[in-house]
Write a protein that binds this ligand. Structure first.
Ligand SMILES: CC(C)(COP(=O)(O)OP(=O)(O)OC[C@H]1O[C@@H](n2cnc3c(N)ncnc32)[C@H](O)[C@@H]1O)[C@@H](O)C(=O)NCCC(=O)NCCS
Ligand SMILES: Nc1ncnc2c1ncn2[C@@H]1O[C@H](COP(=O)(O)OP(=O)(O)OP(=O)(O)O)[C@@H](O)[C@H]1O
Length: 213
């Protein structure tokens, strides 16, 4: 079971969650890799035994969840430690995302939007998605939004940006671009236009599947 799937990418703070919220309001099934990542690393999360084994007690908060601030400092300063964390988490995130997408389509969702912060970095995106949408804004705005949202220092946000694909690389793989340099209403309007387009494409795909038996 697969169903029409949209990969929704964009750099940190670009507005993926804001766009995803609007897709969800309009009726799309939204599956967010960051949300799944947080579930896997919460208290008793399925990834925690492997993370504790690889990173030791310093990676653990008192309640058994991931010490996110400590891990952030570690992995955005050291690419090999980041690769080690990603090697544990990414296959698990991928398995849970795909299972949720399938469940949503079986339950009757018109199509699925998979929010993937590291869409390019994780590779084989063309095989996984029927359509790739990228939320785009200037890096200056990304930094400003993340600092306002999370209280991170500019240098911390810069370290995360440096670990991500460039704006140009993301735009180069986009079928659709959601421009998020203006206000939230402008973002929501663009999502509305895309929703209509994706519903039509998903209908076409279902027709084709029915005809081919
Ligand atoms: C390092 C961690 C603990 C920091 O936690 P924190 O609560 O500060 O951030 P959170 O998980 O909410 O992620 C916020 C944003 O940071 C960026 N980011 C996170 N991990 C990475 C990464 N490995 N490489 C580049 N950017 C990343 C993304 O834009 C993401 O949307 C956490 O990001 C993590 O576990 N990362 C590894 C898993 C991963 O790759 N997640 C992102 C894709 S699902
Ligand atoms: N057009 C906009 N105008 C004003 N604020 C915005 C706009 N778009 C997003 N924001 C705000 O900027 C912050 C980052 O947006 P959002 O969380 O949607 O980004 P994201 O791409 O999901 O980030 P991350 O990669 O960190 O998960 C949020 O606080 C959000 O409310």
């Amino acid at each position: 079971m697969r169903g029409f799937s949209v990969g929704l990418g964009g750099g940190i703070g670009s507005g993926k969650s804001a766009a995803a919220d609007r897709f969800a309001e309009l009726g799309a099934a939204v599956i967010d890799a960051d949300v799944i990542s947080h579930e896997l690393t919460g208290p008793g999360g399925a990834a925690m035994p492997a993370i504790e084994q690889a990173f030791g007690a310093e990676a653990m908060a008192a309640d058994g969840s991931l010490d996110r601030a400590a891990m952030r400092r570690l992995v955005f300063a050291d690419a090999s430690r980041r690769a080690q964390l990603e090697a544990i988490l990414h296959p698990m995130i991928r398995a849970v995302s795909d299972a949720r997408r399938d469940a949503a389509i079986i339950a009757g969702a018109p199509y699925a939007v998979m929010v993937i912060p590291l869409l390019i970095e994780s590779g084989n995106h063309r095989d996984r998605f029927d359509r790739i949408a990228i939320v785009d804004c200037s890096e200056a705005l990304q930094v400003k939004r993340v600092m306002a949202r999370s209280g991170l220092a500019a240098a911390e946000v810069a370290a995360i940006l440096a670990a991500q694909a460039s704006r140009q690389a993301r735009l180069a793989i986009a079928d659709d671009v959601i421009h998020n340099d203006a206000d939230l209403e402008t973002l929501r309007t663009q999502v509305g236009v895309l929703h209509a387009k994706y519903c039509a494409l998903a209908d076409k795909m279902r027709d084709k599947m029915r005809k081919s038996g």
